[in-house]
Design a protein around this ligand. Structure first.
Ligand code: CMC
Length: 433
């Protein structure tokens, strides 16, 4: 289904006290908030403003990257459905598509992969930096710190308005983020780093850095490589989510992209954004048996608990990413250890989808419902789930960064506020306070 173009129109506003009228243009289904400024409210004010805490009803940009129809459960990158991309296109091809707008042909893909391969190795000072991190540091904090520190090596990355320079930094960040993520994982395990092997392809090289042994050949389960490829594709972009908005806002000051994506990592780390898959696993462990499901659902329905991994601000239908992940779980579990939590998850989904509370509120599984089980089956603990999310999302952040800097309408992000504090007053001397 294609996005329907909203019609342009005029909005008529009349001030009831003065009878004064304004005609405000509606373009692409939106009213430009600055148009409200022409409607005065008093002698000294700047004009009418819009108030939209958490930006629930504000489009902050035009974007040609990702389309979501939450009611229909549709997610497309550059016009291709997420299901088709996850099924038949590799993650590097998806990266090319997201960045350049079209899928690569063989020659373009080979050139793109060669560029990534050339940039796959980390500068040596980062190994020393990671070795100096305390044992208890979260791998997501390591990744964000590593990204910011990586920027120090490339002072030319400050030239954010230079397109050629931007492309160079995009390749560098895409190529080196898996190495930073793997370094973070190995630091948490006190394991020595293993370098990339880009000849084997982006995904196998990433898995080698994560799971390989120094100096030994690396073989990986086909189903693991396939699952990691699909998971990175599913996480590659999700339009103006919290972390992408954070990247855009930070980058709007024209800081270098390493600092902007480090900010994106910190935004993604929060439990309301990238951290929910960990909560799903904890919930499944707590439920413990299929017999305990009805009582848990009752607790959700009376507001004592939340069914984690269900519900979404945008999707009021099955999250298409959850469908793909649900399909991948069986193949990965067949190749690895069986997981008793999967039986509980499947029974929980079936029970919730027959229950009027969840049906009437359009609460369906979201991307996090099965992704934790999948990562867990590949041998990773919950602390790494958001790190993998960030590796996949890096291309989305970079595509939005580039798109924003090409957009002549974009300026430094700087919202207004409604001031609720004191009016001007005099500073009292110390003995009068
Ligand atoms: N379990 C039980 N009830 C729920 C749930 C849930 N998971 N989600 C929503 N509801 C109820 C909610 O209580 C409300 O009921 P009522 O109308 O009686 O007050 C109704 O459904 C509407 O919910 P809402 O809180 O207004 O919806 P929201 O759009 O503000 O919240 C959400 C979306 C994702 C925060 C929420 O569904 C939730 O907390 N889900 C569980 C956490 C989770 O899985 N988060 C991952 C989101 S996807 C990852 C990402 O994209 O970053």
């Amino acid at each position: 289904m294609s996005p329907e173009k909203p019609t342009d129109d005029l909005l008529n506003i009349e001030h009831p006290a003065t009878g004064k009228k304004w005609e405000l243009p509606v373009e692409d289904g939106c009213l430009r908030a600055v148009q409200l400024r022409q409607i005065p409210l008093g002698q000294t004010d700047l004009g009418l403003m819009s108030y939209d805490p958490s930006l629930l009803n504000t489009a902050s940009c035009r974007s040609a990257i990702t389309f979501i129809d939450g009611d229909a459960g549709i997610l497309d990158y550059r016009g291709y459905s997420i299901e088709d991309l996850a099924e038949s296109v590799s993650y590097p091809e998806v990266c090319y598509l997201i960045l350049k707008g079209e899928l690569p042909n063989r020659k373009e893909l080979a050139a793109f992969q060669a560029e990534l391969a050339e940039e796959a190795v980390l500068p040596a000072y980062l190994l020393e930096l990671f070795a100096s991190f305390p044992d208890e540091m979260h791998p997501m904090t390591m990744l964000a710190s590593g990204l910011a520190a990586l920027g120090a090596k490339y002072p030319e990355s400050e030239k954010v308005l230079d397109e050629e320079n931007r492309n160079k930094q995009i390749i560098r960040l895409l190529a080196k983020t898996p190495a930073l993520a793997a370094l973070a994982w190995r630091r948490t395990q006190s394991d020595s780093p293993v370098g990339p092997d880009p000849e084997k392809g982006f995904i196998v090289s990433f898995l080698r850095m994560l799971l390989g042994k120094p100096g030994e050949d690396f073989e990986v389960e086909e189903s693991f490589a396939r699952a990691m490829d699909a998971l990175l594709t599913l996480h590659a972009d999700h339009e103006q989510n919290c972390s992408t908005n954070a990247v855009r806002v930070v980058a709007s000051s024209h800081v270098n992209p390493y600092s902007a994506v480090a900010a994106g990592c910190f935004a993604l780390h929060g439990p309301l954004h990238g951290g929910a898959n960990q909560a799903v696993l904890e919930m499944l462990e707590e439920i413990g048996t299929v017999e305990a499901i009805p009582a848990f659902l009752e607790a959700c329905k009376c507001g004592d608990r939340r069914l984690m991994g269900f519900g979404h601000r945008v999707y009021k239908n099955y999250d298409p990413r959850a469908k793909v992940i649900s399909g991948l779980v069986d193949s990965v579990l067949d190749a690895g250890q069986p997981d008793p939590r999967l039986e509980i998850a499947r029974a929980l989904e079936a029970a919730a989808r027959e229950d009027d509370y969840f049906v009437s509120r359009k609460l369906f599984p979201n991307v996090d419902f099965y992704s934790g089980i999948l990562y867990s089956a590949m041998g990773f603990p919950a602390s790494m789930f958001t790190v993998f999310f960030a590796v996949g999302r890096m291309v989305g952040w970079l595509a939005h960064w580039d798109e924003m800097l090409r957009d002549s309408e974009q300026k430094i992000a700087r919202p207004r506020q409604i001031y609720t504090g004191h009016s001007r007053r005099e500073v009292p001397p110390m003995d009068k306070r």
